[in-house]
Design a binder for this molecule. Structure first.
Ligand SMILES: Nc1ncnc2c1ncn2[C@@H]1O[C@H](COP(=O)(O)OP(=O)(O)O)[C@@H](O)[C@H]1O
Ligand SMILES: [Mg+2]
Length: 235
């Protein structure tokens, strides 16, 4: 999925005053590529991510998905986009404590009824992320890294062409964080998905990632990887 963002602004009313959280964001995201949006807390990263996923609408400016401006979409078109094409991953995993790992992955499909094929795909995905032996475990019996991998499997089951992750390593130790991002990188190139990870922590970035640096609601720098160094990491 190709995403273009043109002069996007977002403000929120707080009492009498209006705060401008995004102040003219222009950038682009390409498929099969791993993008980071980095910046300090309060710089507008989550707000931008919610706009990209169609969870919120800009105050002005335009976000286009494969050339189609979201601002012109009907409510049902927007719902279909969110439901079928976007996989969200959050910092606190958002798993349901009374469901097993397998059931948590199937949650998005439960309203319509889960088919045997979906159940089998969920099993395979969990196995793929290293949780084949944890299918029936509840979240409280899984480590933080394992819970985040369940959340990744849940986001991937519908084969989204856009994966949005908001501080996905925020609750994880540094090594587990690296493993989770490594897994997302692998899956993104396999699925040719557009992956956008928002974080304030630059320690997991590699030279092969696109990095958009945001400060006070403005993108102040975009680092494009040097094609010569894109490829398997050597360190
Ligand atoms: N719904 C909202 N209403 C009012 N202010 C908001 C809302 N969402 C975010 N903000 C404010 O916008 C600023 C940026 O928030 P956010 O996008 O969450 O930043 P980040 O994810 O980079 O920490 C913060 O000052 C936050 O308080
Ligand atoms: Mg945030």
């Amino acid at each position: 999925m190709h995403i273009t963002v043109k002069d996007v602004r977002k403000s929120f009313r707080r009492g009498e005053s209006e705060i401008q959280v995004l102040r003219g964001i222009t950038c682009a995201f390409a498929p099969g590529v791993f993008h980071f949006i980095v910046g300090p807390s309060g710089s507008g990263k989550s707000s931008l991510l919610y706009l990209l996923g169609g969870l919120d609408t800009p105050t002005s400016g335009e976000i286009a998905i494969d050339g189609s401006p979201m601002g012109q979409w009907s409510e049902s078109r927007r719902n279909r986009f969110r439901g079928a094409q976007v996989g969200f991953i959050f910092q606190n995993f958002n798993l349901m404590s009374n469901l097993s790992a397998l059931e948590n992955v199937l949650v998005p499909f439960m309203p319509a009824g889960v088919s045997n094929e979906q159940r089998e795909q969920a099993r395979q995905l969990l196995t793929r992320v290293g949780l084949g032996k944890r299918l029936t475990h509840r979240p409280s019996h899984l480590s933080g890294g394992e819970q985040q991998r369940v959340a990744i499997a849940r986001a991937l089951l519908k084969r989204p062409s856009l994966i949005l992750a908001d501080e996905p390593t925020g609750e994880l130790d540094s090594q587990t964080g690296n493993e989770v991002l490594g897994l997302l990188r692998e899956l993104s190139s396999e699925h040719q998905a557009t992956v956008i990870v928002v974080t304030h922590d630059t320690s997991h970035m590699t030279s092969a990632d696109f990095v958009h640096r945001i400060h006070d609601g403005v993108i102040v720098e975009t680092r494009v990887p040097n094609p010569a160094i894109v490829g398997p990491e050597t360190d």
